[in-house]
Design a protein around this ligand. Structure first.
Ligand SMILES: [Zn+2]
Length: 205
């Protein structure tokens, strides 16, 4: 992993400065990968694309903020840039604080992950049919994804499995023929056949 001098990211609403890791290159060696697409890789930090100001609470897109590198030691006294939490994501979607379809997919995917609550363990009983917010977000995300893209197909299949729609999950999985996705496809298929809707960690051993 190669890091540059930290970045200072400035809140567009109040001017508060935040510190952001400046990742020049990384890799996913030793990473952990979950069935909903979330992952943790020690050599590839998950840097926020959106954040919330630590001072004024403004929700903003990091890429569209004024930012610069700093080699000054004082940068370490600044608050670090944080990922939005579940409530921030939900509010941002309601208020449509994003630009275009890809950003909506990003926010809805992050909201889905936050509801799946990855803590490195298999998660119990996802796709709760009594959880209105979970259902609404899963349905909205499904509407944004396309079967023309193999990665999105895998995500769609997993969403349907979370919603306990196992037949739809299996029929979407059958459309995936990309070699790189084969292992993931088989493990989701196996969980589906067991009628498990839990988010699980992929085993690539
Ligand atoms: Zn602010």
């Amino acid at each position: 992993m190669l890091l540059g001098h930290p970045l200072i990211v400035i809140c567009p609403a109040c001017g508060q400065e935040h510190r952001q890791t400046n990742l020049l290159s990384g890799n996913t060696f030793g990473g952990m990968f979950w069935s909903d697409g979330s992952s943790f890789s020690p050599m590839m930090p998950d840097l926020p694309y959106f954040s919330v100001c630590s001072t004024c609470g403004h929700f903003f897109c990091v890429k569209r903020c004024e930012q610069y590198e700093s080699s000054d030691e004082s940068v370490y006294e600044l608050p670090s840039l944080q990922h939005p939490d579940r409530k921030d994501l939900s509010d941002a979607l309601t208020r449509r604080l994003f630009e275009g379809k890809d950003e909506e997919i990003y926010l809805r995917t992050r909201l889905w992950w936050s509801m799946n609550n990855t803590n490195g363990q298999e998660r119990e009983n996802q796709g709760r049919s009594d959880d209105k917010a979970y259902l609404e977000n899963a349905r909205a995300l499904l509407n944004l994804l396309t079967t023309n893209n193999q990665y999105e197909l895998l995500t769609m299949a997993e969403l349907h499995r979370n919603l306990r729609e196992f037949d739809t999950c299996l029929s979407l999985l059958s459309l995936i023929d990309e070699k790189r996705l084969e292992e993931r496809k088989h493990q989701i298929e196996e969980a589906c056949r067991k009628h498990s809707s839990n988010t699980f960690r992929f085993d690539f051993s």
